[in-house]
Ligand binder design. Structure first.
Ligand SMILES: [Zn+2]
Length: 76
């Protein structure tokens, strides 16, 4: 694969799905992209229950279909 930016020592980082900035692996998005999400979506994504994986999928599908982050809606 090409275009993978992997700075030395950044093995705990993964690229932000939306903008490809390296971010800590425990975060879904880099801070800038996270802050672009509607507050309601942020709250939903922060919940850790058995639906968390499904919500993450919704986030990824939203980004992959190139919709604006501000329009993300998470359905529980
Ligand atoms: Zn980002």
């Amino acid at each position: 694969m090409t275009g993978q930016i992997r700075p030395r020592g950044a093995y705990t980082a993964t690229p932000c799905r939306a903008c490809r900035t390296p971010k800590p692996v425990r975060l879904y998005l880099c801070t800038a992209c996270w802050n672009a999400l509607p507050e309601k979506a942020q709250r939903a994504l922060k919940k850790r229950d058995d639906q968390a994986h499904g919500r993450l999928r919704q986030l990824h599908d939203h980004i992959d279909s190139e919709q604006p982050l501000e329009e993300l809606e998470i359905t529980p």
